[in-house]
Design a protein around this ligand. Structure first.
Ligand code: SF4
Ligand code: SF4
Length: 379
């Protein structure tokens, strides 16, 4: 059996098992779609696009559709630690609900501080109840960094004053899988920027289990929903890169799929914001774009219902899906050029040289990419 056939079979069995479980929502996905004017045709198109996003062959779209319908069988516990709630907003703040936000409504969301009605003691009881009832089966999503200095005292949550560090350790113990949503939960984010007084860390640094890191400030709703769908469908985590990010989302540099790449290759750069080059859509490298150093699918998936992404809107990529981006990628409106960058000096240097001698741009940039790709984890 080839790899895809084996994976398909694994997905089919997993969904068969999920179908035996009782639904945890009072409405089916079909009913939700009907209420929001989403047609079956829209649904099939969405299933095909999620299949492509996950880099799976088209026949898997049947499994994606079935997994979406069975999303209410999978308990999801979503914790908020040191963060701004921007990652949840990325997913739920849509002016018109689309299938991504409908799936999030449909999944069995057992605990989410921003979205649930409960507060105070009741909220805390809900969390304790969910951790106990679904032990070993729930998917744990975490938004925000974990402050670890002073035994985690910089962040306490709820009436009992438990620290974020205590909560995350307890929740991780009974989780079937853990997803860090956003750069703060993945790598510490702005809270971990030097001098990092609270000792903020990514979740993977404080728990003993594998964690999927969805870097991004915020990550796109596609990457969040795609990861949830993968777990629902196969009951396991996807193939990950060296920073534990799903390869299907973070396998290519922003620079490689950028619509301004032709301008970079031709040596056509915006010299300052508002100049003639900016009006002509030239490359933003010289005004600080970090697309050549950053792995993410923003140019292909975009944000806000696929409307736009930062470079299309006229500002360079800030490298927000990379570890330590607040320190390593600053200044955000200046090129890294020959500036030293921990472990990436060759990268910065090569790109700087490329900018000076536009003729070898392609070769330099691709050599840089291979530095990263070569160190990725294998499937
Ligand atoms: S440097 Fe930035 S703007 Fe220029 S091609 Fe690369 S990603 Fe696009
Ligand atoms: S374009 Fe760059 S800074 Fe913007 S969201 Fe994507 S990875 Fe982050």
């Amino acid at each position: 059996m080839d790899t895809h056939s084996a994976l398909y079979e694994q997905g089919r069995k997993r969904l068969e098992e999920l179908r035996q479980l009782p639904p945890r929502q009072d409405k089916s996905l079909q009913e939700r779609m009907l209420e929001h004017g989403v047609t079956r045709r829209d649904f099939m198109k969405w299933s095909a696009s999620v299949t492509a996003l996950l880099a799976l062959p088209l026949p898997f779209s049947n499994l994606v559709a079935e997994a979406a319908e069975l999303a209410d069988r999978v308990p999801l516990i979503w914790l908020h630690l040191a963060e701004c709630t921007g990652c949840s907003e990325s997913l739920v703040r849509a002016d018109t609900p689309n299938l991504d936000s409908l799936i999030f409504d449909h999944i069995s969301l057992e605990y989410h501080e921003t979205l649930m009605a409960a507060a105070g003691w009741q909220a805390e009881e809900n969390l304790e109840h969910a951790l106990k009832t679904y032990k070993g089966n729930y998917l744990l999503a975490v938004e925000g960094a974990v402050p670890t200095a002073n035994n985690g005292a910089f962040l306490t949550v709820g009436c009992k004053g438990h620290t974020g560090l205590e909560i995350i350790k307890e929740a991780a113990e009974g989780a079937a899988a853990i997803i860090s949503v956003g750069t703060c939960a993945s790598f510490g984010g702005v809270q971990a920027a030097a001098p990092n007084p609270t000792g903020a860390k990514g979740v993977y640094e404080v728990v003993d289990k594998a964690v999927v890191n969805l870097g991004g400030c915020p990550p796109s709703e596609k990457n969040i929903v795609g990861t949830l769908m993968y777990f629902i469908m196969f009951g396991r985590l996807p193939a990950l890169d060296m920073y534990n990010r799903p390869k299907w989302a973070y396998g290519a540099r922003v620079h490689d799929n950028c619509e301004r790449r032709g301008r970079f290759d031709s040596g056509e750069f915006v010299e300052q914001f508002g100049d003639e080059g900016a009006k002509q859509g030239y490359c933003l490298y010289k005004v600080g774009c970090k697309g050549p150093y950053t792995y993410n699918n923003c140019p292909t998936e975009r944000f806000n219902h696929h409307v736009s992404w930062p470079v299309l809107a006229g500002h360079g990529c800030m490298g927000c899906s990379e570890p330590n981006f607040w320190d390593d990628m600053a200044d955000f409106e200046k090129p890294l050029g020959r500036q030293l960058l921990h472990g990436l000096d060759a990268t910065a240097d090569t790109i700087g040289a490329v900018i000076l001698g536009a003729t070898v741009v392609g070769i330099g940039a691709h050599a840089v990419a291979s530095l990263f790709v070569g160190s990725s984890k294998e499937d």
